[in-house]
Write a protein that binds this ligand. Sequence first.
Ligand code: NG6
Ligand code: CA
Length: 495
Amino acid sequence: MKRLLIILLFCFLQSCKQDTSNPNPNFIIIYADDLGYGDVSAYGVGKLKTPNIDKIANNGSRFTNAYSSSATCSPSRYALMTGTYPWRNKRAKILTGANLIIDTLEMTLPKMLKINDYKTGIVGKWHLGLGDSKIDYNKRISPGPNEIGFDYSFIMPDTQDRVPTVYLENGNILNLDPKDPIEVSFEKNFEGQPTGKDNPELLSMIWHHGHNGSIVNGVPRIGFMKGGEEAKWSDIDMADEFLDQAKNYINKVKDNPFFLFYSLQQPHVPRTPHPRFEGISGMGPRGDAIVEADWCIGELYNHLEQNNLLENTIIIISSDNGPVLNDGYYDDAVEKLGMHTPSGNLRGGKYSLFEAGTRVPFITYWKGKIIPSVSNEMVSQIDFLNSIASLIGSDIRSNDGNDLANVFFENKGKGRNELITEAQTKTAFRKDNWALIPPYNGPEIEANVNIELGNSSFYQLYNLENDISQQNNLALKNPKKLKEMIQNYEAILLN
Ligand code: NG6
Ligand code: CA
């Protein structure tokens, strides 16, 4: 009897422990790749339908004035992870087979959460570099996600259009047969290996610019690889693979507070939706890939609901940069666009200093906590680290991020007053409703992708309050505002 009482008391104490040790919500950041402001139908400015994202957006906070730090991938991811402006780090550019650009001593979002007893996992696109010297893909590759704060990683190393076309699990290539080692080069081809340039007869997808290296699954890639046949991913199954891995991860860690960075590959090129999504959007593979991504988000949401995790999980959905149609392959993105407007009513797109480069879909959802709303506060992904830290009671802060916990998760408070955005190492400035683009050399339009980059010999100043599409340059008409903006912008740059 006494023994039974002791056992019961022990069980009671254990259950108390579980209750009090899990006061903080889980976080899932769902991060799309090249998804535009107008690509999410909840934003009401495009023609594509994304019912699953809309459901989350309409029951959470939908931000209309929200930014990725940059108009390309790696710098935006760097800022999201570290809360630091990417232009402070010379290596935070679009990466191709590069080494890790986050110092392993640097504070990161997953590291901050790990210190606060969270389980931390990443599934999907990484693109922040790997290793610290020449990479041998046949050994465990380190440092990488696991060395900057993730307990678990299942990643695509760079992008879907770059070699090596393999998954890495905790630094090791999945399904690699040691008898068939992998070799990778971004300089020259391996003898006897077909390429997009020399073997058009082997292609199921035709390259438009770049992308004429090694051919995998009929798709020509950036760079060259040899070997590792068993390890090569199936492009059409990638979305299902990442979704399964994300669900498995949640199943594994759901009894602890957890952070999952679910980093989608869509709708970046090459757009390879599973055949069950083929033709579904009527807009070709780009539209189909977005519908596929939307479906994955719905599945993940259902999984959380089925596991009674919704009430205690904050879901954030956003994109790493603005949209692009032709990003290097002939895939009908331009031809089948119809009346859809991936940038919404914003000017520019991926790679651009104009608004569509960095103003992205941005949604926060917390069942029963966030009141359904539309927020026009200015916010950035660079603020995640500080805001999430603040919400869970950690005093860790980055210098460039703001604590916007109440704006993101409590429907109250003010967003940012000012923000520097970046596109291919050039910077622009937002303050209140004003947007400043300093003069830059370079083409006005990047011809291959047909996007206005924002380069001009003159200062550009726009009042977004009544000119969201940046059509009216007020630099000459309003010299006082121009001067004030330049001073504010330079003060941050030099800080
Ligand atoms: C560019 C690629 C583009 C895309 C981009 C990275 C060429 C000509 N273009 O260099 O296709 O891969 O890099 O996109 O190779 S991002 O979203 O990951 O930044
Ligand atoms: Ca991207």
